[in-house]
Design a binder for this molecule. Structure first.
Ligand SMILES: Cc1cc2nc3c(=O)[nH]c(=O)nc-3n(C[C@H](O)[C@H](O)[C@H](O)COP(=O)(O)OP(=O)(O)OC[C@H]3O[C@@H](n4cnc5c(N)ncnc54)[C@H](O)[C@@H]3O)c2cc1C
Length: 385
C-alpha cells in the first residue's frame, strides 16, 4: 500500500538556509521550540555575490554565541580585508578599514554557517525541498511542496528564501520595483595582477555612475569580479549588463592591464539585489521575512549579508516573544518590523539619499576625490563608507 501524505507540525519553519535563515536557526537553538529549516538547494551550494563578508555578519554571529566568532577566526578559507581602494579617471583613493571585514566565497561561508546549524542545534533540516504554496489558516501557515507529497504546518513562518522569495510574493503580494533593485553580474578570475589579499578594489566609470565594478581578492590567487546597476537604469538605457562588464574591464586604463594574464574561471552569472531603499512590511499574521526576502541590501555598498543575519537573529528573538505571549497576530508580529527599523532604518535611509545624490550629481565623485586630499575630510568620508 502507498504511504499516505503526512502533515509535519513545527513551531517555527524557516525557508532558506542562507545567512538570514542560518542566523535565525542558530539564534533559536536554546528556545525549546520545534524548528525546521528548509532549502531548495543541497549544501555546499554557490550564491552569486561579491563575496565580501561585512563585519556586521561576524558581529551578529558573536552576539548569538561567542564560540561561533571563534570558529570563524579559525576558518582558513578567507582573506582579512584591511583596506579598499577606489579608482576613478586614473586617480586612486585608499581607505583603511576601521572594523572587521573579510572576503570568502559564498560556497565556503554559507556552508560554514549551515554546518554550525547542523552541529549546534536540534533543527530539522530539509534540503532539496521546494515550497510552492503557503496557505494561512487560523493557527498558522501550511506549506505544500513541489517535490514532496507531505505538507508542513507551522505556528510561525520565517521567509528567508532570498531575492526571489516565494514567501514574500505569496504572503505580501510583493512585486519587483526596478528603482529599488540592482541587476548585477559576477565571475571568478585567477591570476589578476597586482592584487593584495587584504585590499578590495572598486572602479568607477563616468558612463555608468554611480555603479561600479569590483575586484575582490580571495584565497588561492582568485578574485571575485562583478558589476551591478540599478535595474531601472538598465531598462531605460537598454544596457546589456554582461557586455558592459567586459567592456568596463577592456576600457578602464588600470583594469585592462590588470586582466592581461587573468583567466576567467566559470561563467559570468547574473542575479538581483533587492535594496533596502524602500520600506516594506516585513511581517504579517504568523510570518516574518528576513534578509533579501525582506529587501534589506545597502543601496550604496550592495552589502546584504550583515543585514540578512541581523534580521534573522531579530526574527528569532521575536518568534520567542510570540510564544511567550501566545500571540501570533499581525499587530504583535509588527514588533519585528519596529525592532528591525530601529537597528537599520536610519542607516538605510541615509545610504539611499547618498545613492540618489550620486546618481543626480555624478560630479560629486570628482569632488570627493578632490576633497579627500585633505586628511580630516578623508576621515569623515571613511566613517560613512
Ligand atoms: C552580484 C551580487 C553581489 C553581492 N555582493 C555582496 C557582497 O559582496 N557582500 C554582501 O554582504 N552582500 C552582497 N550581495 C548581497 C547578498 O548576496 C545577499 O544580501 C545575501 O545573500 C542575503 O542572504 P539571504 O540569506 O537573505 O539570502 P540568500 O543568501 O539568497 O539565501 C537564500 C537561500 O534560500 C534558498 N531558496 C531560494 N528560494 C527558495 C525557495 N523557494 N524555497 C526554499 N529555499 C529557497 C536558496 O537556495 C538559499 O540557500 C550581493 C548580491 C549579488 C546578487
Amino acid at each position: 500500500m502507498l504511504a499516505q501524505p503526512k502533515t509535519r507540525q513545527y513551531d517555527v519553519i524557516i525557508t532558506g538556509a542562507g545567512p538570514a535563515g542560518c542566523a535565525c536557526a542558530l539564534a533559536l537553538k536554546d528556545s525549546g521550540l520545534r524548528v525546521a529549516l528548509l532549502d531548495k538547494a543541497s549544501f555546499p551550494r554557490d550564491k552569486v555575490c561579491g563575496d565580501a563578508i561585512p563585519g556586521r555578519a561576524i558581529k551578529v554571529l558573536k552576539q548569538i554565541d561567542a564560540r561561533y566568532e571563534d570558529a570563524f577566526e579559525h576558518f582558513t578559507q578567507k582573506c582579512d580585508t584591511k583596506s579598499t581602494s577606489l579608482h576613478y579617471k586614473g586617480r586612486s583613493l585608499t581607505f583603511d578599514w576601521v572594523g572587521d571585514a573579510y572576503t570568502c566565497t559564498r560556497m565556503e561561508f554559507d556552508n560554514f554557517l549551515f554546518s554550525l546549524v547542523k552541529e549546534h542545534t536540534a533543527t530539522d533540516i530539509f534540503t532539496e525541498t521546494l515550497p510552492h504554496s503557503f496557505i494561512k489558516n487560523e493557527d498558522g501557515i501550511s506549506i505544500a511542496f513541489k517535490n514532496k507529497p507531505d505538507t508542513f504546518h507551522t505556528k510561525i513562518l520565517i521567509g528567508a528564501d532570498g531575492a526571489q522569495s516565494v514567501a514574500a510574493k505569496q504572503l505580501t503580494n510583493r512585486t519587483l520595483d526596478r528603482n529599488h533593485h540592482v541587476g548585477s553580474v559576477r565571475a571568478y578570475f585567477s591570476n589578476v595582477s597586482g592584487m593584495d589579499s587584504g585590499k578590495t578594489e572598486i572602479y568607477f566609470s563616468r558612463k555608468f555612475l554611480p555603479s561600479y565594478l569590483w575586484v575582490f581578492p580571495l584565497p588561492d590567487n582568485m578574485c571575485n569580479v562583478g558589476f551591478g546597476m540599478l535595474s531601472g537604469e538598465i531598462a531605460k538605457r537598454k544596457i546589456n549588463i554582461k557586455q558592459a562588464f567586459y567592456e568596463f574591464i577592456d576600457q578602464d586604463p588600470i583594469l585592462k592591464d590588470k586582466f592581461i594574464d587573468a583567466k576567467q574561471v566559470g561563467d559570468l552569472e547574473g542575479f538581483g539585489l533587492p535594496l533596502g531603499s524602500r520600506t516594506l512590511p516585513y511581517s504579517g499574521a504568523s510570518f516574518m521575512l528576513a534578509g533579501d526576502a525582506a529587501s534589506l541590501i545597502d543601496p550604496i555598498s550592495g552589502d546584504g549579508i550583515g543585514n540578512a543575519m541581523l534580521s534573522g537573529k531579530l526574527a528569532a528573538g521575536h518568534a520567542i516573544k510570540c510564544f511567550e505571549k501566545n500571540n501570533f497576530t499581525a499587530t504583535f508580529m509588527s514588533g519585528y518590523d519596529t525592532a528591525l527599523l530601529d537597528k537599520i532604518g536610519v542607516e538605510l535611509k541615509t545610504r539611499h539619499k547618498a545613492q540618489q545624490t550620486l546618481s543626480k550629481m555624478p560630479w560629486m565623485l570628482d569632488a570627493i576625490f578632490l576633497a579627500c586630499r585633505n586628511k580630516a575630510i578623508k576621515r569623515i568620508v571613511q566613517k560613512r563608507l
